[in-house]
Design a protein around this ligand. Structure first.
Ligand SMILES: NC(=O)C1=CN([C@@H]2O[C@H](COP(=O)(O)OP(=O)(O)OC[C@H]3O[C@@H](n4cnc5c(N)ncnc54)[C@H](O)[C@@H]3O)[C@@H](O)[C@H]2O)C=CC1
Ligand SMILES: O=c1[nH]c(=O)c2[nH+]cn([C@@H]3O[C@H](COP(=O)(O)O)[C@@H](O)[C@H]3O)c2[nH]1
Ligand SMILES: [K+]
Length: 504
C-alpha cells in the first residue's frame, strides 16, 4: 500500500513551527455509531470531565455565568482574577451554590423599598417578580412578593412596597426537587415560587419563565457533593496567597496559575505552596510551550499544564517579545513529554479560532482545550452588547492589554521600577454568538463527528493513535488551505458566522 500521510513524529519533529491550519488529519475506518463515542477526559491528574472544554480566565470571558454554563455542558470555567479577592471568591461561590432550575441569588427587596426600585430592576434585569423579605436580603423572613400585576396601574411610583405587595404566597420548602417544584409552579399558575427554610426565610426562587429552559445536562461536571466544578486563576505574587485562602474557603476545585511564561521561580514557589497547604485543590501550571518548561513545573508538583504562548487571538506576545511557539508544535511537544515523564495532562490554550481546531488540538495530545475568543460574545460572557458598524458585538480583550491592566489596578507589569507598561495583548470586539450552551453543544456534536471520521471512539483512542503512529497527518499547502475552505462562490451564507472571529 502507498504511504498514507505521515505520523506525528515525522511531521512535528522536523524543527519547524506548525500551527493548526498547517496540517490536516486523514480519515480512519468507521465501524461504530456516533452514540458510542466518549469524550471523557482528564482536566488534571485527579479531575475527570466529560467534555474537553475550558473557558479562559479572562475578564471578558469567565465569571460565574460562563463557569456555570461550562460545567453544565461537561467542561469547566476558570474565574479570572482581574478583580478583588472578595469579588473572585463571590463568583466561585455562585458556581458552587448553583442548582439547575433554582435561582440561588435572586434580587430581593424589603417592604420599605418603593415601586420605583422595582422599575429600576425591570429596566436593568428585565424582570419584575421580586420576593420581599423583612430586611430586603436573602435568608431573611419572606413577607411578600411584588409582581407586574401589583404595580402596573399605580400612578404613585414612590409608594412603599408594603402597600402593594401580595402577602398570600404559594411557597415550597427549600429541599424540594426540581420536578416537584416545576409541578407546583404549573399547578399554582403563579409566575414565581419562593423556596423557604423551616423558619420561613427565603432560600431561593423558581421562575415560571425558566420552566421550558430547565434542560437536562447529562454530562455536567460535578464534585462528590454534586455541586458544579469550578476553577479560578491566581497570580504568582506573594499576596495572592491570601486570594488562594479565600478561593479555598469558597470551595474552588482547581486553580490555574496564570502567567505567560510559567517556568519561573515565582510560579514554582506558588505551586509548592498550594500543594503543601491545600492538597485537595488541583493546580494547573503554565503557560508553557517546551518540554523543559513542563519539567520544571511537573517537578514542582502541578496536576496539569496550560499550553500556549502568543497564539491567542488577542495576543501580541510573539510580535512584541519575539518569544513563543506555533501552537500545534507547542501542544505536540509538551503533551508528549508530560505524558511520558509523569502522565500529566495538558490543556491547549489559545488559537482555537474554528471548530476544527478543537479536534486538531486533541489530536496533538491535548486532553482539553481552553478558549477565550470563541466563547467571548456569548450571552454568558461578562459585558454588555453594543453595535459596531451595524453588527451586535461584545468587547473581548487580552488580560495583558492596556485596558485590562488598568482595570486590574496595574497589579501586573508594574513592579516599582516598571514605569512603562508594555502591553502583550489588544482590546477588540467579537460578534454576538447567542447562548454558550447552544454554542457548546454545537461544538461538542461537531467534535463527535470528527472523532467518528477519524475512526476513534474516544479521546483516549485518539491519543493512542497519535503515539502508535496510526493517526495520520499531512501538511497543507496554502492552496490546499484555500481549497479546504469555501471558495469560488458568487455569494454564500456562513452557516455559523457567529463562530468566526472576523466577519469576512
Ligand atoms: N498565553 C499567552 O500567550 C499569554 C498570556 N498572557 C496573559 O496575560 C496575563 C498577564 O501575564 P504575565 O504578563 O505573564 O503576568 P505575570 O504577573 O505572571 O508576570 C508579569 C511580570 O511580573 C513578574 N513576576 C511575576 N511574579 C512575580 C513575583 N512573585 N515577584 C516578582 N516578579 C514577579 C514576571 O516575571 C513578569 O515580568 C495573564 O492573564 C496571562 O495569561 C499574557 C501574555 C501571553
Ligand atoms: O499574549 C497575550 N496577551 C494577552 O493580553 C492575553 N490575555 C489572554 N491571553 C491568552 O490567550 C488565551 C485566549 O486565546 P483565544 O482568544 O485565541 O482563545 C488565554 O487563555 C490566554 O492564555 C493573552 N495572551
Ligand atoms: K496571536
Amino acid at each position: 500500500m502507498p504511504p498514507n500521510g505521515l505520523d506525528a513524529k515525522t511531521l512535528f519533529e522536523g524543527g519547524e513551527g506548525i500551527t493548526y491550519n498547517d496540517f490536516i488529519l486523514l480519515p480512519g475506518h468507521i465501524d461504530f455509531i456516533l452514540d458510542t463515542i466518549s469524550l471523557d477526559t482528564n482536566l488534571t491528574r485527579n479531575i475527570k470531565i466529560k467534555r474537553p472544554l475550558v473557558s479562559s480566565p479572562m475578564d471578558t470571558v469567565t465569571e460565574s455565568r460562563m463557569a456555570i454554563s461550562m460545567a453544565l455542558l461537561g467542561g469547566i470555567g476558570i474565574i479570572h482574577y482581574n478583580n478583588t479577592i472578595e469579588d473572585q471568591a463571590k463568583e466561585v461561590r455562585k458556581v458552587k451554590r448553583f442548582e439547575n432550575g433554582f435561582i440561588t441569588d435572586p434580587v430581593v427587596l424589603s417592604p420599605f423599598h418603593t415601586i420605583m426600585d422595582v422599575d429600576t430592576i425591570k429596566d436593568t434585569y428585565g424582570f419584575s417578580g421580586i420576593p420581599i423579605t423583612e430586611d430586603g436580603t436573602l435568608n431573611s423572613k419572606l413577607v411578600g412578593i411584588v409582581t407586574k400585576r401589583d404595580i402596573d396601574f399605580e400612578d404613585n411610583r414612590t409608594k412603599p412596597l408594603s402597600e402593594v405587595m401580595t402577602r398570600q404566597l404559594v411557597t415550597a420548602s427549600s429541599g424540594i426537587s426540581l420536578s416537584d417544584g416545576n409541578k407546583i409552579l404549573k399547578e399554582s399558575k403563579k409566575g414565581k415560587l419562593p423556596l423557604i427554610d423551616k423558619q420561613g426565610r427565603l432560600v431561593s426562587l423558581m421562575s415560571r419563565t425558566d420552566l421550558l429552559k430547565n434542560e437536562d445536562f447529562p454530562f455536567s461536571s460535578k464534585d462528590k457533593g454534586k455541586q458544579l466544578l469550578v476553577g479560578a486563576a491566581l497570580s504568582t505574587r506573594e499576596e495572592d496567597r491570601e486570594r488562594l485562602a479565600e478561593l479555598a474557603t469558597a470551595g474552588v476545585d482547581v486553580v490555574v496559575i496564570d502567567s505567560s511564561q510559567g517556568d519561573t521561580i515565582f510560579q514554582i514557589d506558588m505551586v509548592r505552596y498550594v500543594k503543601k497547604h491545600y492538597p485537595h485543590i488541583d493546580v494547573i501550571g503554565g503557560n508553557v510551550v517546551t518540554a523543559k518548561q513542563c519539567k520544571s513545573l511537573i517537578d514542582a508538583g502541578v496536576d496539569s499544564l496550560r499550553i500556549g504562548m502568543g497564539s491567542g487571538s488577542i495576543c501580541i506576545t510573539q510580535d512584541t517579545l519575539a518569544v513563543g511557539r506555533a501552537q500545534g508544535s507547542a501542544v505536540y511537544h509538551t503533551a508528549k513529554f508530560s505524558r511520558e515523564y509523569a502522565n500529566i495532562p495538558v490543556i491547549a490554550d489559545g488559537g482555537i479560532a474554528h471548530i476544527g481546531h478543537i479536534v486538531k488540538a486533541l489530536s496533538l495530545g491535548a486532553s482539553a482545550v481552553m478558549m477565550g475568543g470563541l466563547l467571548a460574545g456569548t450571552t454568558e460572557s461578562p459585558g454588555e452588547y453594543f453595535y459596531e458598524g451595524g453588527v451586535r458585538v461584545k468587547k473581548y480583550r487580552g488580560m495583558a492589554s492596556h485596558e485590562a491592566m488598568e482595570k486590574g489596578g496595574g497589579k501586573r507589569y508594574l513592579s516599582v521600577e516598571d514605569r512603562i507598561k508594555v502591553a502583550q495583548g489588544v482590546s477588540g470586539t467579537v460578534v454576538d454568538k447567542g447562548s454558550v450552551i447552544h454554542l457548546g453543544q454545537y461544538l461538542m456534536q461537531s467534535l463527535l463527528h470528527s472523532l467518528q471520521e477519524l475512526g476513534c471512539k474516544s479521546v483516549h483512542d485518539l491519543h493512542q493513535g497519535l503515539y502508535d503512529g496510526n493517526l495520520r497527518f499531512e501538511m497543507r499547502s496554502p492552496s490546499a488551505q484555500t481549497e479546504g475552505s469555501v471558495h469560488d462562490l458568487y455569494s454564500s451564507k456562513e452557516p455559523h458566522l457567529g463562530l468566526l472571529r472576523r466577519v469576512r
